[in-house]
Design a binder for this molecule. Sequence first.
Ligand code: SAM
Length: 417
Amino acid sequence: MSAASAKVYLRETAGILTAFFSAQPFSIKAVLGKLPPEQRGNFREMVSGAFRQLLLLESILKASCDRPLRELEPFVKALLVLSVYRIYFLQDPDYTVVDEANGLCAHDGQKSFVNGVLRNVTRYRKPLEHFIYHGKDTDRHLSERFSVPRWIVEELRVSRGDYASILEGLNQPQKTFVRNGRYLRRAATVQDDLRQGAAVISPGGFLSVLHLGVGSGHDVLDMGCAPGAKFFLLQELDPRSLTGCDISVKRLGTMYAEAERLGLPRPHLICGDGMSPPFADESFDRLYLDVPCTASGTFTKHPEGKFLRTPQGLEELLVTQRALLARTFHLLRPGGVLCYATCSVFDRENDGVVAWFCAQESRARVLRPSVGLEDVDASCRHLLADSLEITPHGFFLNPAAHGLDGFYFSFIERQQP
Ligand SMILES: C[S@@+](CC[C@H](N)C(=O)[O-])C[C@H]1O[C@@H](n2cnc3c(N)ncnc32)[C@H](O)[C@@H]1O
């Protein structure tokens, strides 16, 4: 790759980090869309890697910088974080990193400051372990080791004995899965897989849809359906009717082209709010409810999410999740089944919501179908087998075992009166 083209993805990565440090909105997806295809992999690696290790990178920088990091211009901080990531995690040659950081500086003042800090980083280089706290405060140690805000460590610790392993699993690069029809396998090269008609889906999403018990005589609703990973698998199961509903017209809009790409009939989609659903009660036999959540199970894929979520945001989501479950349950016919799903690893968003709901709705009963893996390619079946846990109210794809996306699902039947 030429030096000039190398700079494009570096500049874009620095741009994303600058926006983040300035508390401005940013879109990694939008940048991916405008980069030439051959630069996307480098950009993705760089931006995900920097967010994955952010707290550790900041610790390294603090040791080499004579000013508090919060006083640095966001762009300069971004450039330094990125450079330290390249030096420590990509083992890029020091001189290339310094040279390319220089090339992105706006003026000589920036250049000499960046040079000075990076000179300290490389001259007094110490192993990564040196920058991690190793004292008695385990939460602090884990927060620094896995570069995750402390509140996330605490949220996991209160409900999961294996919280350290989950944090480790979530800090790995993503493993992508795709399906062809109703068959799941590891992606080879995602772009090639997509060209050949595969669809990306998380292992947990795949298993939850297949075990909802959709039959040819069923009317099915997918609430919170966009952009459609589970919807299109539901469509493959060929129910009597399938309706997708989502509050976001923009997200719904992408689903028609995706159906066409997959060779499926034009989907029946309705823009509506699950809090006041545009359907009569008792209209459906099966309901897939993919609620908005912290998406903490997808920090492997979107490590920036670790820093965008907040404890306050989690509390608000819990209120929404309970309300959506309570409201949509009435859309089921007696004997119907709802799948409550999240891509969260926080127990309060998962079993916590289902337990709360079952305690106040006498007609709700948790079902425990046996979740088989026969539709999963033999070469990766063990990954799912090791990761799938039965919880008090549902099933949990645990990232601890192999770094798969965390996912939770529970099947709740509306009992006959
Ligand atoms: C986890 S995402 C769904 C992912 C989707 N099921 C899939 O498999 O591709 C949650 C979705 O819920 C939608 N949503 C959030 N609040 C909603 C509400 N009150 N009513 C309906 N949809 C809502 C969001 O727009 C978002 O598309």
